[in-house]
Design a protein around this ligand. Structure first.
Ligand SMILES: NC(=O)C1=CN([C@@H]2O[C@H](COP(=O)(O)OP(=O)(O)OC[C@H]3O[C@@H](n4cnc5c(N)ncnc54)[C@H](O)[C@@H]3O)[C@@H](O)[C@H]2O)C=CC1
Ligand SMILES: O=C(O)C(=O)Cc1ccc(O)cc1
Length: 303
């Protein structure tokens, strides 16, 4: 069963893609939208995003059966406080934030009894942001992680069906595990990309032209990822601090080991390391999994 009325709070890449994916799926829900800035709301109206664009979050959520918080993770708590008194009893509130523990901590205390909170996280995105960056196929064949944290089964199952209709596969995950998995497969890789592009920029001997002209696929991917929205990624690292630092600690240990192998001319260590990492990738391919989709089960909670 779809939701008769859906409210999208924050009208960027994810919310706009959700709207177009809902329309592609033939959902006839009435969709309201709200964005903080008047110019974003004007753009949304101009491109036909949502059935109604409201000038306040309170107006957008009134009567909604599903409320989607699609703002940077650092802004979720304030939005939840604003909309809480205006939520319809029995509705479901969800979010699409990249981090879950801090969002749950910021949002849940504001929500009245009788409102279901089912956090979710689509593992799909691009380096683009804003209402014009969305497209209907963004979630096709990607994961959407659902972190029910005590939400009623019926509300959780309904949100799963909704995301499946938008093209995603769903998997339920416990909150701390979610934040650790995302630190490994998304957050720290983004930080490495930001760093590598910064390093290339620091090397003034390598001109901008050379960076573009000679960049192989790996560095091009780094520059794409490092063009991602600074507010969103600042908030991700500030709110997933423990998991990000844990994975960064492990990363730097391994990096130092490889650095030492290079300095000492220890080819065996380098060869063995690269052979091992290649076998991981080949194992994933042999298992017939989507090469873009990590196997969440392989990232152990206690590893
Ligand atoms: N971009 C990506 O690749 C992915 C992003 N996410 C998560 O989805 C959420 C939204 O991300 P995007 O759609 O990419 O962002 P976006 O930057 O494209 O859009 C964010 C929207 O939130 C509004 N906003 C920003 N600060 C606000 C505030 N303080 N109060 C109210 N509204 C505010 C903006 O005006 C804009 O409408 C974030 O929590 C992000 O972590 C999840 C998966 C992928
Ligand atoms: O663009 C990419 O490569 C991504 O990794 C997209 C992405 C960004 C943030 C998320 O929380 C989930 C997915």
């Amino acid at each position: 069963m779809t939701y008769p009325r859906v409210a999208l709070i924050g009208l960027g890449l994810i919310a706009s893609s959700m709207f177009w994916a809902m329309r592609r799926a033939g959902m006839d829900s009435h969709v309201t939208g709200y964005a903080r800035s008047a110019s974003t709301r004007d753009t949304a109206r101009r491109i036909g995003l949502c059935d109604t664009i409201c000038d306040s979050a309170e107006a957008a959520v009134r009567d909604a059966d599903l409320v989607v918080l699609a703002v940077p993770v650092g802004a979720m708590g304030a939005i939840a406080a604003t909309i809480a008194p205006h939520l319809k009893p029995g509705c479901t509130v969800t979010d699409v934030g990249s981090v879950k523990a801090s969002v749950i901590e910021a949002v849940a205390p504001h929500l009245p009894n009788g409102v279901n909170f089912v956090p979710a996280h689509p593992m799909a995105g691009t380096e683009h942001s804003g209402p014009e960056s969305g497209f209907a196929s963004l979630f096709d064949n990607r994961w959407c992680l659902i972190v029910p944290e005590g939400a009623p089964e019926q509300a959780t199952a309904q949100l799963e069906s909704y995301w499946q209709a938008l093209g995603a596969s769903t998997e339920r995950m416990e909150v701390a595990h979610h934040d650790l998995v995302c630190a490994v497969v998304s957050h720290v890789p983004h930080l490495i990309a930001y760093t590598m592009v910064g390093v290339a920029d620091d090397l003034r001997r390598v001109s901008d032209q050379e960076v573009i002209k000679f960049s192989a696929a790996g560095f091009r991917d780094f520059t794409r990822i490092a063009a991602s929205d600074p507010t969103m990624w600042r908030d991700v690292f500030l709110t997933n601090k423990d998991a990000a630092l844990e994975i960064l600690g492990r990363f730097t240990e391994e990096l130092f080991a490889l650095q030492r192998a290079i300095r000492t001319g220890d080819g065996d260590t380098l060869f063995d390391y690269f052979t091992h990492t290649r076998s991981i990738r080949r194992g994933i391919l042999r298992a017939g999994q989507d090469t873009d989709a990590p196997d969440f089960g392989r990232i152990r909670k206690d590893g």
